[in-house]
Design a protein around this ligand. Structure first.
Ligand SMILES: *[C@@H]1O[C@H](CO)[C@@H](O)[C@H](O)[C@H]1NC(C)=O
Ligand SMILES: *[C@@H]1O[C@H](CO)[C@@H](O)[C@H](O)[C@H]1NC(C)=O
Ligand SMILES: *[C@@H]1O[C@H](CO)[C@@H](O)[C@H](O)[C@H]1NC(C)=O
Ligand SMILES: *[C@@H]1O[C@H](CO)[C@@H](O)[C@H](O)[C@H]1NC(C)=O
Ligand SMILES: *[C@@H]1O[C@H](CO)[C@@H](O)[C@H](O)[C@H]1NC(C)=O
Ligand SMILES: *[C@@H]1O[C@H](CO)[C@@H](O)[C@H](O)[C@H]1NC(C)=O
Ligand SMILES: *[C@@H]1O[C@H](CO)[C@@H](O)[C@H](O)[C@H]1NC(C)=O
Length: 724
């Protein structure tokens, strides 16, 4: 019996259809689309379609068009691209009424710590508003935290499309972040701002999807609009093992013809990608399949294409010769010879041009260095150095090559820290001296003379508690400073990473505080000039091998001539330590340093960070929390247990009182650094004699019983004021 021809053709047609279907991107019997969104495995719509419950997508068809959600956490997905997900965002807001009182506020937080998702470091933290600051914290200890101020006093100051601290500011976030809380609130909001900017906003999201507009400041739909238009970018990885471990495990997810790639987040996990020349979904059996490159005719018109695994091969048809990509008729032999001659001629010319180019480039590089040297005031500095009577032989001008060598070409593993003013590298000079090299951010060339002054003053500053400046390099576009290397991390690290127990005895805290105060007091009155540090904070107090304090980072410092008591500057400093009066008036005086030092003292006494991530509003800012606790007689509740145990009641209350005075709102009511130093010295000396014996006893009794000492129950009386 012959087959029915109609059926036969139908069969052929079905067969061709089946062959045309591309390699599947989802598991068998699973949907590959939710509305417009393509959902490739390891994601899947429905339980048995994904690799793990975290990759389940809930496709909700009651919306038109349907919307996709990550089932476990109900985040709406806009897009799945490679190893990133773009999800619908949430925006924090704080709104104020006409008289500047808080009307409503909404904070946002995300916790993905148990999930395979991390928050991509391509997101930026953005704050929109006038006179508003936003903060972002990782919900971990110790965790990342950052924040910025968006300032403007009138709408005219704001530039369309520019997010550069006026009306809008942005911060980067680190790799591998899995949780954060953000909030936004006003600095010193007054009625004038509220009229054109009723609300402050903050969000973490894709900066390429956001363009700041002046109208954003007054747009009541900003929150909802931005949540919809500026997605949050998440990254995902499979599991927590790295590739070398996962390859050995029984549920390794990468199939044939694919490679495993470690996740870059530092949290473990991996992804699979097809080898070059292969396509398909590497997470699904049988893996990636070969691409038939010959379909797109990559060879010469007289060539023959042969598909190979992962690649293809071209050869020439009979009667032609060549490499397959260019085939010429055999008879045209002289043509080939001719073109060979031409091409070798061209080759010689190219080589000559390259030699010429590189020698010119070397020459311009040298010229460029000389130019920077002059721009950066190198000549001025040389002149000053040679004319000075001083012992300036200790100040060195380093060459650019020398520093490149010392830092191993600014290699990442030499980075000691990053700050607002640049990156600090560890360097080893040719004489094996270890140094710290600071590469500043771009600087304003109109400030060169001041920079030179600063270098000269700092090289003259010779105080055991100030990091010594050894020299500088001016041949690069941004000047670089070379400091002595201080080996034992920062005060911040030792206060907040509870490992360093022996260091943080009461005696040591008091000594470090006194040393830092002494150095600041010296800077405030050194060399006929006042040096205002401007960024006093525990991360800028370094500790050497003997835990001696050394003040560092003069990137923001300013010199004030002795006949002037204040100068106007752009507000700079660090959130939590920044003097509110300076912030409001932009008038910089040495009392701003006193305020910041007060915060450092409070940090030493309590072991708390200057800004805490807590629910309770009044505990967020250490400076105000400390003063309020003192006022309400509950200071003992927030003091570090070790301080309570080892400090005497008189000492603690004197220092608490000192902190309070340093943190006064009006600069002129604050003590000078000199007064602070004297007071601290007095307390230290006082402690020395009568307390040594008792301390030994306490330590012994502390070892024998874990009973807290009586001091826990003592209420600190703020009226036990200091004797002056
Ligand atoms: C789809 O969304 C609607 C409206 O938000 C909700 O009521 C419903 O429960 C959702 N359905 C599923 C299957 O999640
Ligand atoms: C799908 O995308 C196209 C173009 O990107 C758009 O015009 C269409 O409205 C979308 N359809 C749905 C259901 O989202
Ligand atoms: C945004 O907020 C909504 C409602 O509180 C919540 O369901 C959703 O998961 C949040 N999305 C993100 C990305 O935080
Ligand atoms: C603003 O809010 C404060 C406190 O809620 C209230 O006393 C004041 O009257 C409000 N001002 C206006 C203009 O609504
Ligand atoms: C607010 O505006 C009024 C009048 O426009 C002005 O007198 C006052 O100084 C402004 N306040 C601030 C803090 O700028
Ligand atoms: C993979 O992880 C193991 C154990 O955590 C570690 O020893 C190994 O060095 C890691 N391999 C790579 C390439 O990171
Ligand atoms: C590709 O072609 C070259 C010569 O044209 C031949 O030597 C080689 O074996 C071919 N490769 C494959 C995989 O066929």
């Amino acid at each position: 019996m012959s087959p029915n021809p109609a059926c036969f053709y139908l069969f052929l047609w079905l067969l061709s259809l089946a062959l045309a279907i591309p390699t599947s991107i989802v598991k068998p019997n699973c949907k590959s689309k939710c509305g417009n969104l393509t959902v490739p495995y390891p994601f899947g719509i429905g339980t048995d379609c994904s690799i793990d419950p975290w990759f389940d997508i809930n496709c909700n068809t009651s919306f038109n068009p349907p919307k996709s959600f990550i089932s476990e956490i109900n985040f709406e997905i806009f897009d799945i691209l490679d190893y990133t997900l773009r999800v619908k965002n949430n925006v924090s807001a704080a709104c104020y009424n006409q008289t500047g009182d808080l009307k409503s506020s909404e904070d946002v937080g995300i916790d993905l710590t148990t999930s395979p998702f991390t928050i991509s470091d391509t997101n930026k933290f953005t704050v929109v508003g006038c006179d508003d600051f936003g903060t972002i914290f990782e919900d971990a200890d110790p965790g990342f935290n950052n924040g910025c101020y968006a300032l403007c006093s009138s709408i005219e100051e704001v530039t369309e499309g520019e997010c550069s601290d006026t009306g809008c500011c942005q911060n980067d976030i680190p790799k591998g972040l899995q949780s954060f809380s953000e909030s936004v609130s006003s600095g010193y909001r007054d009625m004038n701002v509220t009229s054109f900017n009723p609300c402050a906003y903050a969000f973490l999201g894709d900066p390429n999807s956001f363009r700041f507009s002046v109208s954003d400041l007054s747009d009541p739909t900003f929150q909802e609009r931005t949540a919809q238009n500026v997605p949050l970018v998440l990254e995902w990885a499979i599991g927590t093992l790295n590739c070398s471990e996962a390859t050995k495990s029984h549920d390794f997810a990468c199939f044939e013809n694919s490679v495993c790639v470690d996740s870059e987040t530092g949290l473990g996990g991996y992804r699979c990608t097809c080898l070059k020349g292969y396509e398909g979904n590497p997470y699904l059996s049988p893996g990636c399949t070969d691409i038939n490159e010959c379909e797109s005719n990559p060879c010469d018109e007289h060539g023959i294409c042969t598909n190979t695994h992962g690649s293809f091969n071209c050869s020439c048809k009979t009667g032609y010769r060549g490499d397959g990509r260019g085939c010429a008729e055999n008879s045209q032999f002289p043509v080939i010879k001719f073109s060979l001659a031409i091409s070798s001629g061209i080759l010689v010319m190219i080589i000559a041009a390259m030699v010429l180019y590189f020698s010119i480039k070397k020459h311009t590089l040298k010229k460029l260095r000389e130019k920077f040297f002059q721009l950066n005031g190198g000549l001025l500095l040389k002149q000053r150095l040679s004319s000075k009577e001083s012992n300036m032989n200790s100040t060195k001008i380093f060459s650019a090559e020398e520093l490149v060598k010392a830092t191993n070409k600014y290699s990442d593993d030499r980075i000691l820290g990053r700050g607002g003013y640049g990156i600090v590298y560890k360097g080893i000079l040719h004489d094996h001296q270890v140094v710290a090299i600071k590469k500043s951010r771009i600087m304003d060339h109109s400030q060169i003379e001041q920079f030179i002054n600063e270098v000269i003053i700092l090289t003259q500053v010779n105080h055991r508690n100030v990091v010594k400046l050894l020299g500088c390099c001016l041949e690069t576009e941004v000047p670089m400073l070379v400091y002595e290397y201080v080996s034992n991390d920062t005060l911040f690290y030792h206060i907040h990473n509870k490992g360093g127990v022996p260091l943080f005895s009461w005696d040591n805290r008091l000594r470090i505080a006194t040393e830092a105060a002494g150095a600041l007091s010296y800077l405030h009155s050194a060399a006929g000039m006042t040096i205002i540090h401007r960024d006093v904070k525990s991360p800028n107090i370094l500790l050497d091998e003997y835990y001696t304090a050394k003040i560092s980072d003069f990137g923001a410092s300013r010199l004030v001539p002795i006949d002037q008591t204040q100068i106007s500057t752009l507000v700079q400093g660090t959130l939590g330590y920044l003097d509110p009066e300076y912030f409001q008036t932009s008038q910089l005086t040495e009392k701003s340093d006193v305020y910041s030092f007060g915060v450092v003292l409070a940090e030493l006494m309590t072991g708390r960070k200057p800004l805490s991530n807590t629910e309770i509003e009044e505990e967020k800012i250490l400076a105000t929390y400390f003063v309020m606790s003192l006022k309400e007689n509950r200071l003992f509740k927030i003091l570090d247990p070790r301080v309570l145990r080892e400090g005497s009641l008189e000492q603690i209350s004197c220092i608490a009182e000192l902190v309070k005075r340093c943190l006064r709102l009006h600069g002129e009511e604050r003590p000078t650094m000199k007064e602070v130093t004297i007071e601290l010295e007095r307390l230290r000396k006082w402690s020395k004699y009568p307390w040594t014996e008792q301390e030994v006893q306490e330590d012994v009794s502390g070892l024998m019983s874990e009973q807290p000492s009586d001091l826990y129950s003592v209420t600190i009386n703020p009226d036990l004021s200091t004797e002056e």
